[in-house]
Design a protein around this ligand. Structure first.
Ligand code: FE
Length: 197
């Protein structure tokens, strides 16, 4: 087993990763090259993918309808593979704001948003998002009107959510590229809303 550095022993998770990976390679189940290619592929997934989906839904009502009906299939239409997962897009409206969490661990629409931020995986967010979502959103700087309902979606291993934010007023006539630029990762988790600078 290779060490990370002379005076730096592996931490628990690094040790788990290295042990499992070396065992799988040793048993001929995967190759180092396959692992490297998969890691590279994961790094290439960024929130720009999700933003593309949102911008397209804002621009094309027919696509939006498809996205809300079957997120997985709609993403495939854009060439975005969502393997073996059910993607559910939830739409923000003036009456309902959606936010996503995984109360159990860190399930996240990685194929559209990449690697989840640390706070998403924190015990603090996972427990408080369901108990006091309004207070959590306020800490993110998002104060919603009292009459707006908040719907919290608990992700699972085979079901992932993506928030479809409301298109801000003043973006009429914008290209999909311009629209995508205002759709941040946090907007698609539901802890922020798109704003025009
Ligand atoms: Fe999870």
């Amino acid at each position: 087993m290779k060490e990370t550095g002379k005076y730096q022993p592996y931490n628990y998770f690094q040790l788990m990763e290295v042990s499992l990976r070396e065992l799988l390679v040793e048993k001929g189940i995967v190759t180092e090259a396959q692992v490297a290619a998969t890691v590279e592929d994961m790094r290439n997934r960024t929130p720009e993918r999700g933003a593309r989906v949102v911008a397209h839904a804002w621009s094309d009502p027919e696509f939006k309808r498809k996205l809300l009906a079957d997120g997985t299939r709609a993403c495939e239409e854009l060439g975005l593979d969502v393997p073996a997962l059910r993607l559910v897009a939830v739409e923000n409206t003036p009456a309902v704001h959606n936010m996503i969490v995984c109360t159990l661990c860190s399930c996240y629409p990685r194929m559209l948003l990449g690697i989840p931020p640390d706070w998403y995986k924190s015990r603090n967010y996972r427990s408080r998002a369901v108990r006091e979502p309004r207070a959590v959103l306020a800490e993110f700087g998002l104060d919603l009107p009292d009459e707006m309902k908040i719907r919290v979606h608990d992700s699972t291993a085979d079901m992932r959510y993506l928030v479809l934010p409301m298109r801000p007023a003043g973006t009429e006539g914008w290209s999909e590229q311009q629209l995508a630029a205002i759709v941040s990762r946090d907007c698609m988790i539901g802890v922020a809303v798109p704003r025009i600078a």
